[in-house]
Write a protein that binds this ligand. Structure first.
Ligand code: FAD
Length: 237
C-alpha cells in the first residue's frame, strides 16, 4: 500500500479511536538549555481551569500517533491560562522526539489533566528531591508551598552546564547535585546524609526515575521518618 494511503488510514483511525475529550493549546516559547537536552516550553492552555490546581497536576500530551506522555506544568498563571513544562530529552523516546521539534505557535494536544495527589502540606519544612525529569514538579511544589512553609531540597543533574544554568537563572532554594551514578540515587543519598534535617515537622517529596525514588524512600525510612512524611511518585523506569 502506498505511504499516502497508509497515512490517510492512520488519520481516519485517529479520528475514530482518539479520546473524545482531546484539548489543544499553543506553544508560546521554547527555550533550549545549553546542550539542548533540557527543554523549557511555555504554553497557553485556554481550556485548562488552573484555579483547580490545588494538587500538583500532570498533563497527558499526545506526542505521536496513539502515543501519550505525562509532563508537569509549573509556574502557572490561572488568569492568563499559561504555564511552563520542562522536558528532559537526553534519551530517545517519542516524548523526547516530540519536545525537540516543538516551536513557537505550534499547537499541542492533550487529553487529560490529572493529579499526582501531591499536595503542599502546612508543615514547617518541605523538602523536594528529584532529577531532571521532575524539575517542573519541584518548581510547581515550590510555587504552592512558598512562602507559607520553608522549602528546600535538591535536584540531581548529570550535566555541568545544566547545573550552573539552574543556579544562575532560577530563584529557587533548590540546590543542584552532580549525578555520579546512572539513576542519581547514590549522589542524592550522600547529599541527604550531609543535611541536618529534624525528624519533626518535615515532609519529603520524591519524584523522578523509579529507582531513585524507591532508594530515597528506603533511606528516609531508615533515618526514622514516618511513611506519612514521605510523598513519593516515580515517573519512569
Ligand atoms: C506524573 C508524571 C509527570 C511527569 N512529568 C515529567 C516532566 O515534567 N518532564 C519530564 O521530562 N518527564 C516527566 N515525566 C516522565 C515522562 O512522562 C517519561 O519520562 C516519559 O517516559 C518520557 O517519554 P519518552 O517517550 O521520551 O521515553 P519512553 O519511550 O517512555 O522511554 C524510552 C527509554 O528512555 C528511558 N527514559 C524515559 N525517560 C527518561 C529520562 N527522563 N531520562 C533518561 N531515560 C529516560 C526509558 O527508561 C526507556 O528506556 C512524568 C511522568 C509522570 C508519571
Amino acid at each position: 500500500m502506498e505511504a499516502f494511503t497508509l497515512d490517510r488510514l492512520r488519520r481516519k483511525a485517529e479520528k475514530i479511536f482518539e479520546p473524545s475529550q482531546m484539548q489543544t493549546g499553543r506553544v508560546l516559547e521554547v527555550r533550549y538549555w545549553q546542550l539542548s537536552t533540557l527543554i523549557e516550553i511555555d504554553l497557553h492552555l485556554p481550556f485548562a481551569d488552573m484555579q483547580q490546581w490545588t494538587e500538583i497536576p500532570y498533563i497527558k500530551f499526545k506526542v505521536a500517533s496513539f502515543t501519550y506522555r505525562d509532563y508537569t506544568p509549573s509556574g502557572w498563571d490561572a488568569e492568563t491560562c499559561t504555564c511552563t513544562i520542562f522536558i528532559d530529552a537526553a534519551h530517545n523516546g517519542p516524548g523526547s522526539t516530540w519536545a525537540k521539534q516543538l516551536k513557537k505557535n505550534d499547537t499541542v494536544s492533550y487529553f487529560k489533566i490529572g493529579t499526582t495527589h501531591q499536595v503542599a502540606e502546612s508543615t514547617s519544612a518541605v523538602i523536594a528531591l528529584g532529577d531532571e525529569s521532575s524539575l517542573g514538579h519541584m518548581l510547581a511544589l515550590q510555587q504552592m508551598v512558598m512562602p507559607a512553609a520553608r522549602f528546600s531540597g535538591a535536584v540531581v543533574m548529570g550535566n555541568d552546564d545544566h547545573r550552573s544554568q539552574f543556579s544562575e537563572f532560577f530563584r529557587s532554594p533548590l540546590q543542584t547535585v552532580k549525578r555520579d551514578d546512572a539513576y542519581g540515587h547514590h549522589s542524592l543519598i550522600q547529599w541527604v546524609i550531609g543535611q541536618q534535617y529534624t525528624l519533626e515537622n518535615t515532609v519529603f517529596y520524591l519524584t523522578g526515575n523509579n529507582i531513585m525514588v524507591s532508594q530515597m524512600k528506603k533511606l528516609l525510612k531508615l533515618q526514622g521518618y514516618n511513611s506519612c512524611q514521605i510523598n513519593a511518585k516515580g515517573f519512569w523506569s
